[in-house]
Design a binder for this molecule. Structure first.
Ligand code: ADP
Length: 430
């Protein structure tokens, strides 16, 4: 390279010397030098023009123009840079094509938006599931295309720990689960999963449980009726039958309670609507439940205190709320030894309305707390034999709270008592 440059300089100087000598020979050395410089300038200008033409569209010709000396060096270097650039570009393009091909093959819809929600890219499944069109929807705000208010609040809230379920805006028969992830500077990657089949299965399960419970209720009522009659006439029966009939009556009563709870749970699961229409006087309702709890406590003489009721009412279905609150308060009675203290408190603050039920009872080991609201989950299976619970109480509480946009907090330690708190959002308070 260095050699090339010095050769270029030598040739240029030799050329200029040649024209000057020729001019000197003819008696005009200055003209000779001027003509030499002119030729050099013209040649340099030609090289600059070739370079400029090539730079305007380097991919039009494979190779950069050829030249000699410094210009040759320059063209060669630029050509090498251009080749590297073209190579990297082709590699990246191939990689992007592959990523797009693979995301297009996905069954889930994938959408990329900027921080304000303007749609930048989406795959084929997003078109199918959400009805987006490449020709018209590029750059549109996603919440103008998915117009459900729940989606807009979910999108804005930036709390994407739990997915959102909604009906497809394009095909009402499709149920979607939406999960958003943040990347870059608050840009969003949105994944839409088709959960229609799961929903149908869930519906089938609910229908099955509800139908079986209803079907079992009638024969059980007949059995319980006969058992009651037998118990009323127990004196006429031989002594060995009396114990058997008592046990049968206890078990049929347990089954009746279980079926009532199962029916109640499936009704609550399907009856989300009523939770948004009615209003409930929580103070009055909890007052009545505490009264019933005192009756339930009976000889155990629990001290049941309902602390200064807050005047706020709650937007929600009274029957569902009664089931939830009575399950919590009756559990406190069941799992607190005689003469224990149960404190119930309904209060409101900036975060919403809260119902706390605190007892000085047996408490629950930390390992059980995350699973307590599962159906039939029991922290201490041996203990429930005495209490006669169905194992569905906290599952009912969870579903009622879900219907009322609420959450359940459980604080407990073994032998130190428990506190169950239902939280309702401020929008639910009146
Ligand atoms: P159950 O009908 O067995 O009471 P729940 O769903 O109401 O069913 O409660 C689930 C389990 O949670 C209970 O079996 C019990 O082990 C535990 N539990 C609920 N409430 C309390 C409480 N106040 N104190 C101690 N344990 C409780």
């Amino acid at each position: 390279m260095q050699q090339n440059r010095s050769r270029h300089l030598r040739y240029t100087l030799a050329g200029l010397a040649g024209t000057t000598l020729a001019g000197w020979y003819l008696g005009y050395p200055v003209y000779g030098l001027t003509i030499g410089l002119g030729i050099y300038l013209l040649w340099t200008y030609t090289q600059i023009r070739r370079l400029s033409q090539w730079l305007a569209d380097p991919s039009a010709t494979d190779e950069a123009p050829q030249s000699i000396g410094i210009w040759g060096d320059l063209f060669e270097k630029l050509n090498k840079l251009n080749q590297n650039y073209l190579h990297t570009r082709d590699r990246l393009r191939a990689r992007i094509d592959r990523i797009q091909e693979s995301t297009n093959a996905m069954h889930d819809g994938v959408i990329m938006t900027d921080a304000r929600g303007a749609m930048e890219w989406w795959n084929g499944s997003a078109e199918h599931l959400l009805g987006f069109r490449r020709s018209t929807d590029q750059g549109q705000y996603i919440y103008n295309l998915i117009r459900t208010p729940a989606f807009k609040s979910y999108f804005d809230a930036k709390n994407y720990r739990e997915p959102l379920e909604l009906i497809s805006p394009a095909k009402p028969q499709i149920s979607l689960q939406i999960q958003i992830s943040l990347f870059g500077e608050n840009d969003r990657l949105i994944v839409a999963k088709d959960v229609t089949r799961l929903h149908q299965l869930e519906q089938m399960r609910r229908d099955f449980v509800s139908n079986v419970s209803h079907e079992m209720r009638t024969p059980l009522t007949v059995i319980s009726g006969y058992l009651e009659t037998l118990m009323d006439n127990a004196d006429d029966l031989p002594a060995k039958w009396q114990r058997a009939i008592n046990t049968m009556a206890t078990q049929s009563f347990r089954m009746e309670t279980l079926i009532t709870d199962l029916i109640l749970l499936s009704r609550i699961e399907t009856d989300e609507q009523s939770a948004t229409e009615a209003t409930t006087d929580v103070g009055k309702l909890v007052g009545q439940i505490c009264q019933d709890a005192r009756t339930l406590s009976g000889e155990n003489q629990h001290e049941i205190v309902f602390q200064t009721p807050d005047p706020h009412r709650l937007k929600g279905d009274e029957n569902q709320l009664r089931s939830a609150f009575s399950n919590l308060i009756f559990n406190a009675v069941k799992y607190t030894p005689a003469r224990g203290r149960i404190t119930v408190c309904w209060f409101a603050n900036a975060e919403g309305g809260h119902l706390s039920v605190k007892d000085t009872g047996a408490g629950i080991d930390q390992v059980h707390i995350p699973r307590l609201t599962e159906r039939f989950y029991r922290a201490d299976p041996s203990r429930h034999k005495d209490t006669g619970g169905t194992g569905l109480g906290l599952a009912i509480v969870k579903h009622v709270l879900l219907n009322h946009d609420g959450t359940l907090d459980i604080h407990s330690r073994l032998c130190e008592g428990s506190e169950f708190i239902c939280h309702f959002p401020p929008e639910r308070l009146i």
